[in-house]
Write a protein that binds this ligand. Structure first.
Ligand code: 3PG
Length: 306
């Protein structure tokens, strides 16, 4: 019988697991569950006889492909698939997919939660400021960027964006966006939200130079990958520009130094939680299950990334 494994170090909400089970068992497949695992070996043991795997940020590298002799497909329930070794997957003839857009609203809402916490001084009772009338710059305009723009308009913000391939004028108008170069985004916007994927081009692309470009009292919010920040010079610039603030969903490797040096100009979630909502888990988890069934039963390769 076709076996589908959910391998999640950070588990889905139970309601999402129930939904995945319905789809997988409804297709006549078997579902197995490995949650909150702490040792690599647990993952390697669990994948031995499975045909398909659903993961989140779990690392799916060569050792997994070598251990999983029956594996045909891995679906990353989420957007960023930098945790999957695509070369090793292709070498082992395994299809890799993601589920783009399925958790983007959750991430966008968290970006606003971080913004609000910062402009309201961590809710400590001191007078803060409002988002209304401020300029929001969205760096990397994909599914999350679109959600951010909608929410920002609700707050009465002006929305700017930067993207490798600029949208056409009609779409910019419809979405109420103004296009900027990356530099101008940081120079002009009160708040910049980082939403680029981690690629060879974007790793360490946000450095101290951008901190120094920000207007007085600027705020940078990162709900993308920590690797897009050049941590050391970014922190050095934040130490110089004592008015600029930084909030992130992903703790930098230098988290303790950031905390010590920046104090309340810095906020990091305890664990990456942008997509940690029941809704996002349902959307991404069920999409992953349906994509596996479609691939195994009908050879459907939509959202294949390798
Ligand atoms: C994604 O790439 O979809 C997000 O970073 C969510 O990751 P998570 O599933 O590990 O929370």
């Amino acid at each position: 019988m076709t076996k589908v494994l959910i391998a999640t170090e950070k588990p889905f909400a139970p309601v999402a697991v129930d939904g995945i089970r319905k789809i997988v068992e409804g297709a006549g497949f078997e579902l197995v569950l490995l949650e909150k695992y702490t040792e690599r070996q647990q993952l390697l043991d669990a994948v031995k006889d499975v045909d398909a795997i659903i993961v989140r940020s779990d690392k799916v590298q060569a050792d997994v492909f070598e251990a999983a002799k029956n594996l045909k497909i891995v679906v990353r329930a989420g957007a960023g698939y930098d945790n999957v070794d695509l070369e090793a997957a292709t070498k082992h003839n395994v299809c890799v997919m993601n589920t783009p857009g399925q958790n983007s609203n959750a991430v966008a809402e968290l970006a606003f939660a971080l913004m609000l916490a910062m402009v309201r001084n961590h809710f400590n009772g001191k007078s803060g400021s409002e988002l209304k009338g401020k300029k929001l710059g969205i760096q990397g305009f994909g599914h999350i960027g679109r959600c951010l723009a909608k929410i920002a308009h609700g707050f009465g913000m002006e929305v700017y964006y930067n993207k490798r391939h600029r949208l056409d004028a009609a779409e910019e108008k419809e979405l109420g966006l103004t296009y900027c170069s990356q530099e101008d985004l940081f120079k002009q916007c009160d708040i910049v939200s980082l939403n680029t994927p981690k690629t060879a081009e974007t790793v360490k692309s946000i450095n101290g130079k951008y901190v120094k470009m920000m207007p007085q009292g600027g705020l940078i919010v990162n709900t993308a990958r920590k690797e897009i920040i050049d941590e050391e010079c970014f922190l050095a610039a934040l130490k110089e520009r004592t008015d600029v603030r930084y909030a992130t969903d992903i703790q930098p490797d230098m988290h303790e130094e950031y905390q010590k040096e920046l104090q309340d100009r810095y906020l990091a979630t305890a664990k990456k939680m942008g997509a940690q909502t029941a809704e996002a888990n349902i959307n991404a988890g069920l999409a992953a299950a349906n994509q596996i069934v479609g691939f195994i039963k009908d050879g459907c390769e939509t959202f294949r990334v390798n």
